[in-house]
Design a protein around this ligand. Structure first.
Ligand SMILES: [Zn+2]
Length: 115
């Protein structure tokens, strides 16, 4: 994939994530209460699990944003498309599906097994 195309896709991913993160942060009960949103008392019991769910989504969105930013940095450093572990080429099809992929398929599989 052309790095100009990859950069454009990554920047769009980053912008989408930024939007999602700011929306999710706006949904947190702490800031909602501060903003004086109407709080339905029937929902009070589910507030905590709802918060946990939002936090979990926020956490993964931030993690993905880091991956996207790291991929953009690799474009600047001219190492984009190379596996960060073994230095081998990441297959075109993989980058097409995951423009923020940092590792080739076998290194990613090794890493996943270590967890
Ligand atoms: Zn590799």
């Amino acid at each position: 994939m052309e790095t100009t195309v990859a950069r454009k896709r990554l920047e769009e991913m980053r912008d989408d994530l930024d939007r999602s993160i700011s929306i999710l942060q706006g949904e947190r009960p702490a800031s909602v209460a501060g903003a004086g949103y109407p709080q339905d008392s029937a929902d009070a019991g589910s507030t905590l699990s709802e918060t946990d769910r939002t936090e979990a989504i926020l956490h993964s969105a931030r993690g993905q944003r880091d991956e996207v930013l790291a991929a953009l940095a690799r474009i600047d450093e001219n190492t984009y498309g190379r596996c960060v572990d073994c230095g081998g080429d990441i297959p075109e099809g993989r980058l097409d599906a995951r423009p923020d992929a940092a590792r080739c398929v076998s290194c990613q599989a090794k890493r996943a097994r270590r967890r």
